[in-house]
Design a protein around this ligand. Structure first.
Ligand SMILES: [Mg+2]
Length: 447
């Protein structure tokens, strides 16, 4: 009797503990497609897809488009006849629109929860720390966040709630796989619910497990998240990247190891590569393009609080016809070690343009360029350099302010002059919708 009582007290303890350290992820459903639909209500129930930069491939699909069997990353030119036949509406990516709606979603959440409990994780996702929400109110609070975001912004969202960030991602994924039943909301607040969710989650669906690790794990005949968290800690340490692996195990077992505003691991390399709208022969334009790509990559770098030591630049010559065959040319690439690791766009552009000049050949035609930052170090550990006064905090503050403006406008509002103004090399956007919320002359008209 006593033993049973103790056991039940223990269970209640576990449940209370789980409920008191709850994290959530809120994720906008088919975000880019939802943004396009918001201003074109007639698209309701019609399949919609959004294409990547340069109208290359599919990067967002409405539920109807998914039902047609369209896959993420499918190249547009290959699926074009199918899209036309099925009446699928196609859009170029309109980052000004998506950035603005993302800001509205995040601001709405911030009107309900304190700002230090919100980690904006990507343009359409945010982690929430719900530790201060009492267990009794948890369901109501989460439901209120979901309803308020949908009512105020018109963007449908899914929310997964669990004791850790990794489990909340799993909860969110499961909520989305059965929208009718879950109503896009799933709370994993008991050990039983967590175990059941892990049993339904294949290893490669787990946040933080890349393709490389998934293949390694599947060789051991471990198929689900549930089986994975039964593996010994030593195995995680040895095979899944040391401390990172151990933290992942703890997260799966329900003990929080990744805080809000903290990542499981940061990317070891950051890059930005784009094909030009048309082939270029002019060094001036190639430099503008590379400066723009450096700005993009530097933003990503600062987002994960890293600085770069090795900078690589490449330009790819246009394939040319030799006899009857088109022969693709190898990219021309070069790299340099920076004297001091940095995350500042101006410093990186200056060095990248020196590299472009080194590899550019007069008379050649180029169709693509890119920059790669490797050899990354944490930005916080940067030492100031006596000979490099720009390593100071003023510059860092300036960059963070530029990022804030550009993130909210998604429009390169503030940019470096070397990135160009007219940009004739810029990407193709044949199906671009209007800047309904960011440009006065493109406001939606109601007649
Ligand atoms: Mg999403």
């Amino acid at each position: 009797m006593l033993r049973n009582l103790l056991k039940s007290k223990f269970l209640i303890g576990v449940i209370v503990l789980l409920r008191f350290t709850m994290k959530a992820i809120i994720d906008c459903n088919n975000f880019y497609c939802s943004c396009e639909r918001l201003f074109k209500p007639w698209l309701k129930n019609i399949p919609v897809v959004v294409l990547s930069n340069n109208d290359g491939c599919i990067i967002s699909r409405s539920d109807e488009a998914k039902k047609l069997g369209l896959k993420m990353a499918a190249p547009y030119f290959m699926v074009k006849p199918f899209l036309e036949k099925q009446g699928v509406q196609v859009f170029s990516s309109n980052y000004a629109l998506y950035g603005d709606l993302s800001k509205r979603v995040m601001e709405t959440i911030a009107s309900i929860l304190p700002e230090n409990c919100i980690e904006v994780y990507s343009v359409d996702e945010a982690f929430l720390d719900l530790s201060n929400v009492s267990p009794i109110e948890l369901n109501d609070v989460v439901k209120n966040i979901k309803d308020t975001v949908e009512l105020w912004t018109g963007i449908a969202v899914s929310i997964g709630v669990a004791p850790t960030k990794t489990l909340s991602k799993i909860a969110n994924h499961l909520a989305k796989t059965n929208k009718e039943k879950s109503n896009c909301l799933l709370v994993l607040d008991t050990p039983d619910k967590i175990a059941a969710a892990l049993k339904r989650t294949p290893v490669d669906e787990i946040w933080g497990i890349g393709k490389q690790f998934a293949a390694k794990i599947e060789k051991l005949n471990v198929k689900t998240g549930y089986e994975l968290q039964l593996m010994p800690e030593e195995w995680f340490r040895k095979n899944l990247g040391g401390v990172v692996g151990v933290r992942l195990l703890h997260e799966l077992q329900g003990s929080p190891s990744i805080g809000i505003d903290e990542q499981l691991s940061t990317k070891k390399m950051v890059s930005c590569t784009r094909r030009f709208e048309r082939p270029l022969t002019d060094l001036k334009f190639i430099k503008e393009a590379v400066a723009t790509y450096v700005s993009r990559a530097a933003e990503k770098l600062r987002r994960q609080q890293s600085a770069v030591k090795t900078l690589s630049v490449f330009i790819i010559p246009k394939e040319f016809k030799r006899g009857k065959v088109y022969k693709p040319l190898e990219p021309v690439t070069t790299q340099m070690k920076l004297p001091v690791a940095t995350s500042r766009t101006n410093e990186l552009i200056k060095q990248a343009l020196i590299l472009v000049e080194q590899i550019f050949k007069e008379g050649a035609t180029y169709e693509k360029a890119g920059v790669i930052f490797s050899d990354l170090t944490p930005d916080s550990s940067l030492q100031g350099n006596f000979f490099s006064p720009q390593a100071g905090f003023g510059q860092r503050y300036l960059m963070s302010q530029v990022d804030n403006v550009n993130f909210s406008m998604r429009n390169e509002k503030v940019k470096f002059a070397s990135a160009g103004v007219a940009k004739p090399w810029k990407m193709k956007q044949e199906f671009l919708s209007s800047g309904y919320t960011t440009r006065w002359n493109e406001l939606r008209l109601i007649s």
